[in-house]
Design a binder for this molecule. Structure first.
Ligand code: 0X9
Ligand code: ZN
Length: 272
């Protein structure tokens, strides 16, 4: 089975990034945006507009560059491989002060109502917000990259698992954002695109109203920075395998996620 039908170690992912930018040097660039707590490099891939076979992709790539960061939590991800009994490790691998527990929840560490209700100040919790906003070098690197490009970034999408949801701001408050209606209808369109692609059902909704209050997330932070089209995809499945999705489901999950990304990009293009 192919590369895209399996999970890979960090080492393999680094080699893959190196290889794809080499093979597709005319359409891909690898951008170094910083390093992790354990000093691993953090990369963003930039897809440059070129002629494509797929008609909608061609149109979209004519108008937009796509920046993709395959892995933000490089240390945590590596740890799930080197310590297989911790396959479900969520947090970073940083240690602050003299705490007996390791790791900060990166999706509670952005500067968006940081550490309000739905996050924890306690280091041993899975939703530990860290000692201060952007305390994690990985979060700081992403925030800096997005901040530095905020005038050219038209949409921000962060991929998580699991639950099959298309979420939009806010997650830090139950209140609706000022773009609630537009984002809700766009999330609905994205979910419909997924349905057409693989027949899977994804539910659209504002984060706090749909799942739970969760401050310090990258989507809310990007939205408040002025990036209106900000989404979190919670990918497959709905609980049968949960975080341990079988490799055979990776490819269809990518296909349906891509169809949702295209739907969002087309909407952005119509509303430039
Ligand atoms: O809780 C989270 O960070 C996300 N769910 S997960 O199970 N993948 O951890 C949901 C994120 C929704 N958006 C924000 N909380 N901002
Ligand atoms: Zn997540």
């Amino acid at each position: 089975s192919s590369y895209y039908e399996n999970y890979h170690s960090m080492k393999e992912i680094y080699h893959w990034m190196e290889a794809v930018v080499k093979v597709h040097s005319d359409l891909l660039q690898k951008i170094y945006i910083g390093s992790s707590y354990e000093k691993r490099p953090l990369y963003v891939l930039k897809a440059i507009h070129v002629r494509e076979r797929d008609r909608t992709m061609t149109t979209l790539l004519e108008h937009f560059d796509f920046y993709v960061m395959p892995v933000i939590n490089v240390d945590g991800y590596e740890y799930t491989w080197s310590h297989p009994s911790n396959r479900l490790w969520r947090k970073s691998r940083s240690s602050h002060g003299n705490s007996k527990c390791i790791g900060t929840d990166m999706n509670r560490n952005f500067d968006a109502h940081w550490c309000g209700p739905g996050a924890s100040h306690f280091e041993c919790q899975e939703i530990y917000c860290g000692p201060y906003p952007e305390s994690e070098p990985e979060v700081k690197a992403v925030a800096r990259f997005v901040r530095d490009h905020k005038d050219i970034i038209k949409a921000y999408i962060t991929m998580h698992s699991y639950s099959q949801l298309v979420l939009f701001p806010y997650s830090y408050t139950m209140n609706k954002s000022k773009d609630h209606e537009e984002l809700e209808s766009l999330a609905q369109k994205a979910a419909k695109a997924i349905k057409r692609t693989t027949w899977k059902t994804y539910r659209p909704g504002a984060g706090a109203q749909t799942i739970y209050l969760a401050p310090g997330g990258s989507d809310d932070w990007a939205y408040d920075l002025g990036i209106k089209y900000s989404f979190t995809f919670e990918l497959r499945d709905t609980g049968t395998y949960g975080f341990l999705l079988p490799p055979r489901e990776i490819k269809p999950t990518c296909l349906e996620a891509l169809s949702a990304v295209k739907e969002i990009a087309q909407h952005v293009l119509q509303n430039l």
